[in-house]
Design a protein around this ligand. Structure first.
Ligand code: HEM
Length: 406
């Protein structure tokens, strides 16, 4: 790729065709602090080297989260965001208080409930696959992870959990015609998808308000305090939404990418099945390999320099996990899928203050998925071309057909 090529990291086609790794290799080598131009004459910075991404994650005093993690993702029309009220879109000291309020839904006890619910759904799914001789893994298997998690976290039934997943899927896939009708302005489409999720949780909150003793996320947030005061409705709703959007697509798309990597690397799949004790390190490699949350957004709150490049206060800076996780200065042979990779300090859950609070739940869901697949005794092979999600924020699959081998 010529050094002068103009690269547009908002081009979802780049990610949907899996060409982004080559682009990031180029950026790490030639433009580690890249100014991505936007059609309206503005732009944003892209950090793509491991050390730079990690340093920016850790320097929350320079790089603020207050504008949310997704480019163009304000949570209300007109640029007024959930800033300071939603965990992922807050800075200290507010972030510290919100994070404390959000601990109960992520306790080990809740992770156990998530695990149990996911396990029972996957057991049924494996039996269906056995009977039917295959499935679309991206539709029939992987989404059961967030469905089970939502049932446990929010105390809702199967149909509601499926409905919430369909809403977050449409929001994350707002630029993908398979998931969201491509009419009108895309920012409005995104805002519309966000407000549908908000409305769902607003109805659930109304239903639950008279029963605040419940042992689920809404009950926990109704009882939580922020600076000695109860959370208001908007704060509860934004954080329900943060949990749903943070957890739904990430764990299921990571499972798809991991399963495909194992199918494409049958030697690694064989090793894992022969020695299930390798599962923890295999999951780390699956997380690195998939880098499902491709980037997070920050806004510089003061002038700073990275590799001599001037970043001005107010500039948007994106931290590309998907690139950092393939940086050859950090990972030996980074484009090789190696389930015994050690060390493997990937950035798939982020780092610093905002490091994923749902990581234990996410890890438990992934462990359930691959344990169920290994324990099924089924042999799988691809039954068609996988279709990648059209998004530059969440990397996933809208279709991954597989069949069992008799
Ligand atoms: C494989 C699965 C997952 C991946 C790859 C992932 C990725 C991430 C990343 C990169 C961040 C950092 C955002 C930032 O720095 O701006 C984050 C934060 C967060 N994640 Fe996850 N996540 C996963 C699973 C989950 C699950 C299962 C939940 C909830 C059930 C969840 C809820 C959250 C929340 C609430 C935050 C905000 C934390 C904060 O700002 O302090 N995530 N996640």
């Amino acid at each position: 790729m010529p050094a002068t090529t103009v690269i547009d990291l908002t081009d979802v086609g780049l990610f949907a065709t899996n060409r982004h790794h080559e682009t990031f290799r180029h950026l790490r080598a030639h433009a580690p602090v890249y100014r991505n131009p936007l059609p309206d004459g503005t732009g944003f910075w892209a950090l793509t080297r491991y050390d730079d991404v990690l340093a920016a994650y850790r320097d929350h005093e320079t790089f603020s989260s207050a504008h949310g993690a997704i480019l163009g993702g304000s949570f209300r029309a007109g640029g007024d965001t959930a800033s300071g009220d939603m965990l992922v879109a807050s800075d200290p000291p507010r972030h510290r208080m919100l994070r404390r309020a959000m601990h109960p839904p992520f306790s080990p006890g809740m992770v156990d409930r998530v695990t149990g619910q996911v396990r029972s759904l996957l057991r049924e799914a494996v039996e269906r696959i056995r009977r039917e001789g295959g499935c679309d893994f991206a539709l029939d298997f992987a989404p059961l992870l967030p469905v089970g998690a939502l049932m446990a976290l929010f105390g809702v039934g199967l149909d509601d959990a499926r409905h919430i997943v369909s809403l977050t899927r449409r929001m994350v896939g707002y630029r993908d015609p398979a998931l969201c009708e491509q009419t009108g302005d895309e920012r409005i489409r995104l805002a519309h998808a966000q407000s549908e999720i908000f409305e769902y949780f607003a109805d659930l909150l109304d239903e639950r308000r008279d029963d605040p003793g419940r042992d689920d996320v809404i009950g926990m947030l109704l009882r939580a305090e922020l600076n000695g005061q109860a959370l208001d409705d908007a704060q509860i709703l934004y954080n329900c939404m943060n949990i749903a959007v943070g957890g739904n697509e990430t764990s299921s798309y990571t499972t798809c990418a991991g399963f495909l990597a194992l199918l494409e690397n049958p030697g690694e799949w064989q090793r894992l099945r022969e020695d299930p004790a390798l599962l923890p390190s295999a999951l780390e490699e699956i997380l690195r390999w998939s880098s499902t949350n491709a980037y997070v957004q920050r806004v510089a709150v003061r002038d700073t320099r990275v590799h001599g490049v001037e970043i001005t206060g107010g500039d948007i800076v994106t931290l590309w996990n998907v690139s950092a996780n393939r940086d050859g200065d950090q990972f030996t042979d980074p484009d090789r899928f190696d389930i015994t990779r050690n060390p493997n300090r990937h950035l798939s859950f982020g780092s610093g203050l905002h490091r994923c609070i749902g990581a234990p739940a996410g890890n438990a869901e992934l462990a359930e998925a691959f344990t169920a697949l290994m324990g099924s005794g089924l042999e799988f092979r691809p039954a068609g071309n996988p279709i990648r999600l059209r998004s530059n924020f969440i990397l996933g699959f809208t279709s991954l057909p597989v069949e069992t081998v008799a």
